[in-house]
Design a protein around this ligand. Structure first.
Ligand code: PLP
Length: 445
């Protein structure tokens, strides 16, 4: 079978992309020998970079011992070790950990855990999960329910229940006279209005990314947002779920994105950086107050064949060791500032790039046809796809998306592996500059 045929079978459609050959550090090479610098860490998951020897060796050692043992029959050391390691890094008391194979699965697990907690604590009327618009929480039917993206959700509406949504705090787009912190409170208060509109007794949880990822390109809420959200959830007995699939494990310069603020969630969802792409892995974490009643009621009605897989968990343990050994969380914080400064300099050269934001190495920006009026390019221009392609031609991988839901715009993120050096950031920025020059010519900007 030719590679093209294999590609067609695998993805249903053949993407016009080269076949990857190998990878190391922040680079990937295709079969023709062309080199790409990974300015998106794959799907913003390869946090420790490609080809990490320690992780590969740890996985090989585990495979030599045992690759699979069903969690119904056996505990395994890597899963126990990873749970302990995570508990020591998560907010105090969040020491009940449950492993799955990816982000969407983990979001589903969080939703189901919340629901079982409500039933176990005699609150069976609570089932609604309030989400934000725009947002992304995964691609399975359940994870799409609180996801704010009409294009992804509409077709499936007869089968999946669209959940109530409130606007994400897109404060950079607001032109009103309120201060940043007042705007943070204004967006947070929309949660309370929605809860009251839905009926507090029917609302189970609120799910959000502490720092918005795919849907909002590194959207950082004002400091006032988090305490008010926590206060509102507490007032109405609603669980707060932090989807840290993209922001977790050091990406934003702290272990969790939520660690930039003091208020704590009830359930944390992790994936991506947890195994850094070396194996499929996701997790949820919660406290005994949530998990205890569920266990007492007969146990969590959940479980996947590959949950707690020993090889995936061995990868996770080794990834956490590498994050510590290489000081990657501190590097993400430092290099993130360098990257933001460099992007700001680029936006002076290309004024159609604006609203640069982010924390650590989750950095994003908007693209406007008219930056003054924050007017986007027309949807038909598919500018985000062109930006990705123009960069790819030049050997740079970036992440770009059309915002769907709320005011539209094209945005992009630059989020290299957390091992990135100053010189590599220089290379990313130089290639991005060439890319934006070509983009400006093509779109008459
Ligand atoms: N949640 C967030 C915040 C994500 O960014 C993603 C993926 O991009 C997911 C959930 C879904 O993860 P997965 O693609 O592993 O199913």
């Amino acid at each position: 079978m030719s590679t093209d045929e294999a590609g067609r079978l695998f993805h249903f459609t053949r993407l016009p992309r080269p076949v990857v050959d190998r990878a190391g550090g922040v680079y990937l090479w295709d079969k023709s020998g062309k080199r790409y610098i990974d300015g998106s860490s794959g799907a913003v998951n390869v946090n420790i970079g490609h080809g990490n020897r320690a992780v590969i060796d740890a996985m090989k050692r585990q495979m030599d011992r045992v690759s699979f043992a069903y969690t119904i029959h056996f505990q395994n050391e890597p899963a126990n070790e990873l749970a302990d390691q995570l508990a020591s890094r998560l907010p105090r008391g969040m020491d009940r950990i449950y492993f799955v194979s990816g982000g969407s699965e983990a979001v589903e697990a969080a939703i189901k855990l919340a629901r079982q907690w409500a039933v176990a604590t005699a609150q069976p009327t609570r089932w609604k999960i309030i989400g934000r618009m725009p947002s992304y929480h995964g691609i399975t039917i359940g994870a799409l329910e609180p996801t704010g993206d009409d294009v992804l959700t509409r077709v499936f509406e007869p089968m999946s229940r669209p959940m109530p949504l409130i606007p994400a705090p897109t404060v950079h787009r607001d032109h009103d006279d309120l201060s940043l912190e007042e705007r943070g409170l204004h967006y947070a208060d929309m949660l309370e209005a929605k809860i009251l509109q839905e009926g507090a007794d029917s609302v189970l949880a609120f799910i959000m990314e502490p720092i918005g990822g795919a849907a909002t390109a590194a959207l950082v809420p004002p400091d006032s947002y988090f305490p008010r959200i926590r206060e509102i959830c507490d007032r109405h007995g609603i669980l707060l779920i932090h989807d840290e699939v993209m922001t977790g494990v050091g990406r934003t310069g702290k272990f969790l994105g939520g660690d930039h603020w003091t208020c704590r969630p009830d359930i944390v969802v992790l994936s991506k950086g947890l195994s850094s792409g070396y194996a499929p892995l996701g997790a949820i974490a919660a406290s005994e107050a949530i998990v205890g009643p569920v266990v007492a009621m007969g146990g969590f009605l959940h479980g996947h064949t590959y949950g707690g897989n020993p090889v995936s968990c061995a990868a996770g343990v080794a990834v956490l060791q590498e994050v510590d050994r290489l000081g990657l969380i501190a590097n993400a914080a430092t290099m993130g500032e360098v990257l933001k400064d460099e992007l700001a300099a680029l936006s002076r050269r290309f004024p159609f790039v604006g609203d640069i934001r982010g924390k650590g190495l989750l950095v994003g920006a908007e693209i406007y046809a008219d930056p003054e009026a924050r007017r986007p390019l027309p949807r038909e221009a598919v500018a985000n796809v062109r930006l990705i392609d123009l960069a790819f031609e030049r050997g740079l991988i970036i992440y770009s998306r059309r915002v769907r839901g709320g005011p539209e715009s094209d945005n992009f993120m630059v989020c290299p592996p957390l091992i990135v050096t100053r010189a590599e950031i220089g290379e990313i920025i130089a290639t991005l500059g060439d890319t934006l020059e070509a983009f400006a010519r093509e779109f008459n900007l």
